[in-house]
Design a protein around this ligand. Structure first.
Ligand SMILES: Cc1ncc(COP(=O)(O)O)c(C=O)c1O
Length: 367
């Protein structure tokens, strides 16, 4: 039996609905911003419950724009987590600021207890990540930010469809970023992103900055750049947004089957599923003893597993210049050696999920 990680061939096996909408777009020739992009921004705002959504080329741009909107620049420090995708830190560096890392907790999220220790006179913001589609202890982060007069920028790139209580990721910080990369819960056929905020002034700046600072064709208000979402992708995003709730339900069902099947296996550690938090399961991650051997075994048995990531950000090459070294963040370093990501997507059958569990059981009973 095969258990693929990549669900895109299933998701996009029927291309009819996309082509019929693209035909309308092509007829309209609205190829930069325009009706389809505006419609998606409105639908997204309604979905997560926020005032302003400004779509972008990708999630990385969304992060950079969020930081720039808050005037984060050279000389500033931004506190973030030491295990995430490179873009979280890359965006901070791109704005000229210094990333200050904090260790992970046992749910692979930013360790909230360590944030206050990392605050200095130069700290301007906290950039928590909804890593893997789970969420950090965001209400505590909001308290810390308020107490220390810091801004929050959420990296909600993997968080579309998650919930904390009755609120969505991306509605806690001042300006927040999403990605619609093909491997996110809401995805397009290429790159796409979104910046969201409830702040009218920031939204107005972001809208201009994303489009060369233009007020109209002949006048600019500020020097800006071009981070616009492609209307072809906005068409895809609008179609996919209608399916998001069902996708999240299915992924949660699959994750529960995996959790139930794996929780009693000695050698496997499932992260605590925090009460009141709904995950997107962009990634299903757990900790496994003898991880590298298990990975080989599962791949040999046609189960496509991944590691997110084998090297935390503070041990990546450019972090050396920032003074980071091994043993700085022991929890993340241990997790980097034990983490494995299993397929959990909405196209998996119960048989495939049971097969994964049985192969993992077999691995540990043979060792
Ligand atoms: C946590 C996180 N932040 C940022 C990004 C960057 O998004 P994008 O690939 O759309 O630029 C990604 C995804 O790739 C991500 O997973």
């Amino acid at each position: 039996m095969k258990v693929p990680f990549n669900y895109l061939p299933f998701q996009f096996s029927k291309v009819g609905p996309y082509f019929s909408e693209w035909k309308k777009l092509i007829k309209s020739t609205e190829f930069t911003l325009g009706k389809y992009v505006e419609e998606f921004e409105k639908n997204f705002a309604k979905y997560i419950g926020i005032k302003h959504c400004i779509s972008t080329n990708n999630g990385t741009d969304a992060l950079i724009l969020s930081l720039k909107a808050l005037n984060i620049k050279e000389g500033d420090e931004v506190i973030t987590v030491c295990n995430s995708f490179y873009a979280t830190t890359g965006a901070i560096v791109e704005c000229g600021a210094k990333p200050v890392f904090v260790d992970c907790d046992d749910r692979f999220q930013i360790n909230v207890k360590q944030i206050e220790k990392a605050i200095t006179k130069k700290t301007k913001a906290i950039l928590p990540v909804h890593w893997g589609g789970a969420s950090p202890d965001i209400n505590d982060i909001v308290k810390i930010a308020k107490k220390n007069n810091l801004k929050i920028i959420e990296d909600a790139c993997m968080g579309i469809g998650a919930k904390i209580g009755n609120k969505y990721p991306g509605t806690f910080g001042e300006v927040n970023a999403f990605s619609m990369h093909p491997l996110k819960s809401l995805n397009v056929m290429g790159d796409g992103g979104m910046v969201v905020t409830d702040n009218n002034n920031l939204a107005s700046w972001l809208r201009k900055y994303r489009n060369h600072g233009m007020i109209n064709r002949d006048n600019i208000a500020i020097w800006g750049t071009n981070n616009r979402l492609q209307p072809l992708q906005a068409v895809v995003a609008n179609i996919e947004l209608k399916k998001i709730n069902q996708i999240i339900i299915q992924r949660n069902r699959n994750a529960k089957i995996l959790d139930d099947g794996l929780k009693n296996i000695t050698g496997v550690k499932i992260p605590n599923r925090k009460k009141g938090y709904k995950e997107t399961f962009a990634l299903y991650m757990a900790q496994f003893k003898k991880r590298d051997q298990l990975k080989k075994f599962l791949i040999k048995n046609n189960i496509e597993v991944k590691i997110h990531y084998p090297k935390p950000l503070h041990l990546q090459n450019p972090s050396k210049k920032l003074g980071y070294k091994t043993k700085d963040f022991p929890i993340a370093e241990k997790q980097a050696k034990e983490l494995l990501t299993l397929p959990v997507h909405q196209y998996l059958s119960r048989k495939q999920l049971n097969y994964m569990v049985s192969k993992i059981q077999q691995f540990y009973s043979n060792k």
